[in-house]
Each structure stands twice: as C-alpha cells, then as structure tokens.
Design a protein. Structure first.
Length: 151
C-alpha cells in the first residue's frame, strides 16, 4: 500500500529544523536604561521595573528598580537596585505607551450619561458632562501602561 501524499508531507515537515525557544534571545536590540520593563520569570508572577543599566543581546543580568518605587538610585551599591539573570526570564516586554485614550473615552461616556440623567437628555448636556469625566478618565488611564515585546 502506497503512503498518502498528506502523510509524506507531514513527515517532511517534521524533518525541517525549527529554532528552539532556548536558542531565541529575549533582546535583539539595546534597551536603554530608564525604560520600564515587565519581566516574566519561568516561575512566579511578572516583575515590573525600570532599567538602571542598558540591556542588549549579550547581557546575562538585568539590573532594575522595582516599579512603582519611591527611591530608585542609580548608585551601584544602592539597596533599591535588584538583579535577575536573563536565563531565568521566559518573556521580556517594554512599555509602549499608556491607556489614557481608553480611560478618557470610558470616563467621558459615563460622566456624560450621568449628567444627562440629572439635567435631561440633549447632545449639549452630554458633551458638557463628558468633558470632566474624560479628563479624569484620561489621567487614570495614563497610569496604566501598555506593553509590547522587547526589541
């Protein structure tokens, strides 16, 4: 009995070498100090911190201060500086902005709706009521970072 073409194709695809996750580097380009990063260790929860030294593809250790933190001194002997081996991290992300737009939209809609419930429905009342909610929502959303993969 002749093997089916789909079986032969599956066998050939299995022979193609694929890069293993351990061979892939977390960082392909240099990440400057001061950048907010989120590190995902193999065990445990994600760690957020500000880099105190640049990280590149040759780095073996990441030096950072926990975020948010009241004190983040860049002195080498500072107790606020922590380190983690890059080999214990499975994923590294950098801050790509914040959620201020989403916060402004949600705050504006809620505030505008509440204002029209109190003063009667009209588009003018909605927009007058939406403005303070949008400002407050934008400020709240600005404190929530968005994340993307490390360069």
């Amino acid at each position: 009995m002749m093997p089916r073409p789909s079986l032969a194709l599956a066998i050939l695809c299995g022979l193609i070498p694929l890069p293993l996750a351990a061979q892939d580097t977390l960082v392909r380009a240099t990440i400057d100090s001061g950048v907010l990063v989120r590190m995902h260790p193999a065990a445990g929860i994600a760690i957020r911190g500000r880099l105190v030294r640049p990280v590149d593809s040759a780095s073996t250790v990441i030096y950072f201060c926990r975020y948010p933190s009241a004190d983040c001194s860049v002195e080498p002997s500072s107790p606020s500086i922590q380190e983690i081996g890059i080999d214990s991290i499975v994923r590294l992300e950098v801050q790509r902005g914040s959620k201020w737009g989403v916060g402004a939209a949600i705050g504006g809609v809620i505030s505008g709706f509440l204002f029209t419930r109190v003063y009667g429905w009209s588009s003018g009342a909605f927009f007058v009521g939406a403005l303070p909610g949008a400002i407050i929502g934008g400020l709240i959303g600005n404190g929530s970072p968005t994340w993307g993969p490390a360069p």
